[in-house]
Design a protein around this ligand. Structure first.
Ligand SMILES: [Zn+2]
Length: 350
């Protein structure tokens, strides 16, 4: 291949360029002595420059190596074994390292790829008559200890992992604590709700009992009141009927006894009529009742102990005349301390 200055093409075509100026800079010493055949009219800065004195394969990256091999090495023509092997190596490098999705691979894949790569490398080595040397190098590489840089990276990875795990541990602890607190709060809330519900239950129960008591009381009172009124109406009817009968009785004669009775009743508010049977006590009582009835009193006739039984019928708000018949017995006068004292006390109390 001719240097640029010796070629007949006068216009430089960048599309046909094989090496980039940066790559040329790696390979060539542009300050070195140019070849004597160099045409100084050509301004290309790398034309006819010597290779760098420090140049070794170590400073060549994969792309540049491939470029040099494919374009300038006579042992690497298209479709040759070496060319195919180089392409395979480039593909493995890109697939497994350059464009890998993650920095890991399974043991099975590792062994498979390692075998493929070793086979490919040995193919190239065989073409270069360096098969046994390369076999040894591959064996050495297998048991080679990690170099310092990789060790450092590995250590950094481990430290990062430890730190990351510690953060995760703290996070889990915090979440656990939070969850515990939430749980406790929930339990407290539930317990409060329970208490409130219990309280409401008790309140409702009490209220229901109170309402029932009041209803029972009202029912009882109403029944009692109705009974009292029914009894009072009965006694009043009976008393009025008897007084009316007396008014129609033309045979009654006013006596001095009646006059005395009227005076005592007026003065004392209490009168006890004692006389023999058939001597007219009832007629006097009926007559007094008719007089008081005319005066606006309500006459109520009771048979001895009934006055105790129905004493609630006697209203203090109304003008009432109470007549108790046969208080001390029908035929003779018998005084029973307990019974009669009670009746007289009751009558006196009005
Ligand atoms: Zn030149």
């Amino acid at each position: 291949m001719l240097p640029v200055c010796q070629q007949k093409i006068t216009t430089y075509n960048s599309a046909s360029r094989v090496l980039h100026p940066d790559q040329l800079n790696i390979l060539l010493d542009k300050n070195g002595q140019k070849l004597s055949c160099h045409n100084i009219k050509i301004s290309s800065q790398f034309c006819c420059c010597p290779a760098k004195a420090t140049l070794t394969t170590n400073v060549l990256d994969l792309t540049l190596l491939r470029c040099l091999l494919i374009n300038f090495a006579s042992i690497c023509p298209p479709n040759s074994n070496i060319r195919l092997a180089v392409d395979d190596l480039i593909e493995y490098r890109n697939k497994l390292y350059g464009h890998a999705q993650e920095a890991r691979c399974s043991d099975t894949d590792y062994i498979q790829y390692k075998n493929k790569i070793e086979t490919t490398i040995l193919k190239i080595a065989k073409s270069c008559n360096k098969e046994s040397e390369m076999k040894q190098k591959l064996k050495d590489a297998e048991v080679r200890p990690l170099d310092e840089t990789i060790c450092q990276q590995f250590q950094n990875c481990l430290l990062y992992d430890i730190q990351h795990h510690e953060e995760i541990r703290k996070e889990i602890h915090m979440l656990r604590e939070q969850s515990r607190q939430n749980n406790e709060q929930m339990v407290q809330c539930l317990s409060k709700i329970d208490e409130t519900t219990e309280g409401m239950h008790t309140d409702v129960k009490q209220t229901r009992e109170e309402i029932k008591d009041r209803y029972d009381n009202l029912s009882g009172n109403l029944e009692e009141t109705l009974t009292i009124w029914a009894s009072k109406l009965g006694i009043l009817d009976h008393s009025t009927a008897r007084i009316l009968e007396h008014r129609n009785d033309q045979t009654f004669v006013e006596t001095s006894g009646l006059d005395n009775a009227r005076i005592i009743l007026k003065d004392q508010n209490l009168l006890v009529l004692l006389a023999k049977g058939g001597s007219g006590k009832t007629q006097i009582a009926l007559h007094l009742a008719s007089i008081y009835q005319d005066d606006g009193y309500i006459p109520l006739f009771f048979s001895d102990k009934d006055v105790i039984k129905f004493k609630d019928l006697i209203s203090l708000d109304e003008k009432t005349l109470v007549v108790v018949e046969d208080l001390f017995g029908r035929s003779s006068v018998d005084f029973y301390e307990d019974d009669h004292r009670n009746i007289l006390d009751t009558l006196s109390s009005f």
